[in-house]
Design a protein around this ligand. Structure first.
Ligand SMILES: C[S@@+](CC[C@H](N)C(=O)[O-])C[C@H]1O[C@@H](n2cnc3c(N)ncnc32)[C@H](O)[C@@H]1O
Length: 264
């Protein structure tokens, strides 16, 4: 399902349970999103736990690092939430992607993500703003300035201008996309973040958590999203209110593994 081309060169979207579309990646053998809901995942896995609207409102500025632009849903829905919830704030989003999708494919997906024939002016602006981002590498959408760095994230990370307050860590799975789950890469991400930064990701597996811990992050549990496990939240230092802690058993197991494991 979802792997036929409906028009030449453009893959057919796969519907997820909240009605928003996703795609299947032939390269990685995985869908781009949780089939419980692509829009649900963007909001509840990334935007809400990273507290982007609250932080932008409270501080008047915010810098987000989006790792794996993919189909652009995390970025598009972050722009929508920030325009509505923190229109006065100055927000910067830096998004990393090695293979940006064609703007025509984004426009097609945006119809399913942001509404079809009855789109508001704001939804239209987000659609065209991200199409510009995909063509020109940068775009401005209301309070949000977005820059895309095309290339391998593990190569460009060192040159990025931080510090970041929030990180959406959304590669394919650790088994299929291992370079973005290494202690080394996550350590570079940590060095680009401000104290109090929050990172969210969908994986709750031990290996990525160990890599995060050894890279200097404090680890907590993320929310459950749809039928998916809790995922992981991580912070640089303390945040207030604190992120939900791991259970004492998970904490001990992680600590033990972190002391054993050495990356090659
Ligand atoms: C699961 S998808 C991201 C979904 C996306 N966040 C969204 O909202 O639609 C993962 C993305 O990471 C990209 N990617 C994988 N490895 C990468 C790497 N080493 N550097 C940069 N991008 C990479 C893939 O091309 C893919 O678009």
């Amino acid at each position: 399902m979802g792997r036929r081309a409906v028009s030449p060169g453009l893959p057919e979207p796969v519907p997820t349970e909240d009605g928003s579309p996703t795609l299947f990646s032939e390269e990685y053998g995985e869908h781009f999103h949780n089939l419980s809901g692509a829009a649900l995942e963007a909001r509840e896995r990334y935007l809400v736990p990273c507290r982007i609207v609250e932080l932008a409102r409270a501080r008047g500025r915010l810098s987000i690092l989006d790792i794996g632009f993919g189909l652009g849903f995390n970025v598009a829905l972050a722009c929508e939430a920030l325009r509505e919830g923190a229109p006065e704030a100055r927000v910067r989003i830096t998004t990393l992607e090695k293979s940006p999708i064609p703007p025509a494919l984004w426009r097609k997906l945006a119809r399913g993500l942001l509404g079809g024939g009855t789109r508001s002016r704001g939804e239209e602006e987000i659609t065209e703003g991200l199409a510009t981002l995909l063509t020109a590498g940068e775009a401005r959408l209301g309070p949000v300035e977005i820059k895309m760095r095309v290339g391998a994230a593990e190569d460009v990370i060192e040159d990025l201008e931080g510090p970041f307050d929030a990180v959406f860590l959304d590669p394919f799975s650790p088994d299929r996309n291992p370079e973005l789950w290494t202690e080394r890469f996550l350590g570079e991400v940590a060095r680009k973040c401000r104290a109090g930064a929050i990172l969210s990701t969908y994986s709750a597996a031990v290996r990525p958590r160990v890599a995060l811990l050894r890279a200097g992050w404090r680890i907590g549990a993320g929310p459950r999203v749809g039928r998916k496990s809790s995922g992981t939240l991580a912070t640089i230092g303390e945040v207030e209110p604190p992120i939900p802690p791991l259970t004492p058993r998970e904490q001990r197991r992680l600590q033990r593994r972190a002391e054993e494991v050495r990356e090659p």
